[in-house]
Ligand binder design. Structure first.
Ligand code: SF4
Length: 250
């Protein structure tokens, strides 16, 4: 993994996501390297890695915490921030750089709401901090219950089992937990429901949007059915039947 430190001028970026005022991405690039990643277009914003393959580099925004604190001190009113929208805030480099943790600390001190979304159980490292905040929710992305599928489509992301464990730990610590079931990869919806159902307050369900990017991989693995609108419709329907009013489709 090519890791480069960079300086940035802004931390808070206005968001069009419903219920979220701003997003913060402490890193440009993502070490999880999901094959279907919607954020791969971000390479075009990189001065150091334009044209590089997504998942092979991470740019660490080393001054983002100072920039964020300065922005927060100048804001007249608080809002809700999502961490993150085009990278995983708890990707492997976070273990060393702790930028996500420090951004969460700053947002908490200034009384802002925080929505975290990650594929990594590293988020449980920060349960001490998260448990003290008045307005925080923690989402874990779990797009399949089958780890073989994860190994092929999210090769450098943590195992599905470790995400189940993290979800339970966060829930048991009293945090507001939710799951992002997206994109719906080949899965057994019932197994997924049974694994996370008791530990999530709600789930958001999304389809596979960039099908052409992974068509070859799906066909090679006999998952062609999971590329169809019918699969998305039926799988979402089954999940919604099981999760009931806790489920919503993006
Ligand atoms: S974790 Fe998210 S941002 Fe990172 S590669 Fe996977 S889909 Fe993309």
């Amino acid at each position: 993994m090519d890791v480069t430190e960079i300086d940035v001028k802004t931390a808070l970026v206005r968001s069009g996501i419903e219920g979220v005022d701003y997003v913060i991405n402490p890193y440009l690039g993502c070490g999880h390297g999901c094959r279907y990643c919607y954020a791969a277009f971000m390479t075009r914003y990189s001065h150091h890695h334009a044209g590089h393959r997504w998942g092979t580099f991470v740019e660490v925004k080393r001054n983002i915490v100072d920039v964020l604190r300065s922005e927060l001190s100048r804001k007249r009113k608080t809002g809700t921030v999502m961490m993150s929208s085009v990278c995983d805030p708890y990707q492997p480099v976070e273990r060393q750089y702790r930028l996500t943790r420090q951004c969460v600390e700053a947002l908490g001190e200034f009384g802002w709401g925080i929505d975290i979304l990650t594929r990594s159980p590293l988020v449980t490292r920060d349960m001490d901090l998260l448990s003290c905040l008045s307005s925080v929710s923690v989402g874990i992305t779990i797009s399949t219950d089958i780890d073989r599928v994860r190994k092929i489509l999210e090769p450098k992301a943590p195992s599905i089992e470790s995400r189940f464990d993290a979800m339970k730990k966060l829930h048991d610590a009293g945090l507001d937990t939710w799951a992002f079931i997206g994109p719906m990869l080949p899965m057994n919806p019932r197994n997924l429901y049974e694994a996370i159902g008791p530990y999530v307050h709600n789930v958001l369900i999304d389809s596979l949007n960039y099908r052409d990017r992974v068509r070859g991989i799906f066909l090679k693995n006999n998952w062609g059915h999971a590329l169809t609108d019918r699969y998305a419709h039926d799988t979402a329907g089954e999940l919604i039947r099981m999760f009931g009013s806790r489920a919503a489709r993006v």
